[in-house]
Design a binder for this molecule. Structure first.
Ligand SMILES: NC(=O)c1ccc[n+]([C@@H]2O[C@H](COP(=O)([O-])OP(=O)(O)OC[C@H]3O[C@@H](n4cnc5c(N)ncnc54)[C@H](O)[C@@H]3O)[C@@H](O)[C@H]2O)c1
Length: 374
């Protein structure tokens, strides 16, 4: 059985549309077949339709993938009986309203990161979820990129021993993003828009976070475009069980030297360390006195992840999390990150934002209480 997906927001959402409908253009099929018999990316879900408030985006999507349902209202999309999961890729500040609508229409939800960018949006989303009895997965794409998935598997197998420190970054020059999406200047904060990747990775490895100490400043590019909140953040966290982590983000830098990747996750364990990288699709690891090992999936997996557009969009990660969520719904098992874990990351992002503003550590419990979560 395969669940039907309706997509809302057709820029990043168009990557999801393409990921669900286009065959994989080289030998890497992951064993799944599209309905026309071509090798594809998902087994448990398929695209049914898509909506964007911009008619031009809808027309472009209908040209890219003819034969699906492209209504001119969100209500028509939500009414479609073959849509089981609504996948949301609209500006950060609109997520909560659309998630609530999707739950009220009786649908499961995939919401891209960040889940929400305002503390007051959490309660309505939780209440709507509880009323509907449906499920939500946050589209934390980095977790599903091959090196990060392999790093996780090796960590859980105990290969690196006890995890003692986690160091994550996402650095990316964003002038192109401001041109395309001016809402990033006025309606979000890089602590949500960009730092949702590394902060989610800290939460993934360290479990619930107890306290956060952050600093932030605005880059030359940020000043030029007129952002009001930092686009450079450095965040230190302590988990509830006393382990440490740090996250770094810079959205006004020039270019990274090739030794570094935009997203990196360094995991320090008592018996080994490992570094996962995005885009280069590498995992480097050391442990127990053995030689350093580098695994590089770029040429094996670029068809699945990038459609051979080295380096391309997020086709592989989006397809993987959609498939994992659909499989979890169909079999009744837990997926990750679902809503409660996603809310933990929102609390962490908000605590970091506040700490950077006030200059002192912020306790997650205080933010949780303010959000009305006890
Ligand atoms: N790695 C990732 O998972 C990843 C990468 C990039 C962006 N994102 C997230 O995806 C979201 C969208 O980012 P983007 O780069 O596509 O932004 P964008 O500005 O390029 O596109 C947003 C689209 O949503 C449409 N839209 C706006 N309000 C809408 C509404 N109420 N109903 C339907 N459509 C609406 C707009 O017309 C536009 O086409 C953001 O939350 C961003 O943080 C995630």
């Amino acid at each position: 059985m395969s669940l039907g997906i309706g997509i809302v927001g057709l820029h990043e959402g168009k990557s999801m549309l393409k990921a669900l409908t286009h065959s994989v253009p080289d030998s890497v099929s992951h064993g799944h077949l599209l309905s026309d018999g071509e090798p594809g990316r998902t087994e448990h879900c398929h695209a049914v339709g898509a909506f964007d408030i911009d008619a031009v985006k809808r027309e472009a999507a209908a040209k890219l993938v003819p034969g699906l349902h492209y209504p001119d209202s969100i209500e028509d999309l939500l009414d479609h009986p073959e849509i089981d999961i609504v996948a949301i890729y609209t500006p950060d500040s609109t997520h909560a309203e659309l998630v609530v609508k999707a739950f009220e229409a009786g649908k499961h939800v995939i919401c891209t990161k960040p889940l929400v960018n305002d503390l007051s949006h959490i309660r309505p989303v939780l209440d709507a979820r509880d009323r509907s009895g449906k499920r939500l997965m946050v589209g934390q794409s980095t977790r599903f990129f091959e090196p990060f998935a392999q790093q996780r598997k090796r960590t859980l197998s105990g290969e690196f021993g006890e995890i003692e420190f986690v160091d994550a970054q996402y650095c990316h020059r964003m002038d192109w993003f401001y041109d395309k999406s001016p809402w990033a200047i006025t309606d979000s904060d890089w602590i949500f828009l960009g730092m949702s990747h590394p902060l989610d990775l800290l939460r993934w490895y360290l479990g619930p976070i107890k306290s956060v100490h952050a600093i932030g400043t605005i880059s030359a590019l940020g000043r030029e475009v007129g952002i009001k909140s930092p686009d450079i953040y450095s965040v230190q966290v302590e988990s509830e069980d006393g382990r440490l982590g740090r996250a770094f983000g810079h959205y006004g830098l020039i270019e990274l030297p090739s030794a570094r990747n935009a997203i990196e996750l360094m995991v320090y364990g008592s018996r080994g360390t490992s570094l996962a990288q995005y885009h280069d699709m590498r995992l480097k690891r050391t442990g127990d006195g053995g030689p350093e090992v580098t695994e590089d999936w770029l040429y094996q997996e670029r068809g699945y992840f990038f459609n051979n557009e080295v380096h391309g969009m997020h086709y592989g990660e989006f397809a993987r999390y959609a498939d994992a969520f659909a499989h979890a719904i169909l079999t009744g098992v837990a997926a990750s990150p679902e809503l409660d874990e996603g809310i933990d990351v929102v609390l962490l992002m908000e605590a970091a934002r506040r700490s950077a503003q006030c200059g002192s550590p912020v306790q997650i419990q205080d933010v949780r209480q303010e959000a009305g979560l006890g």
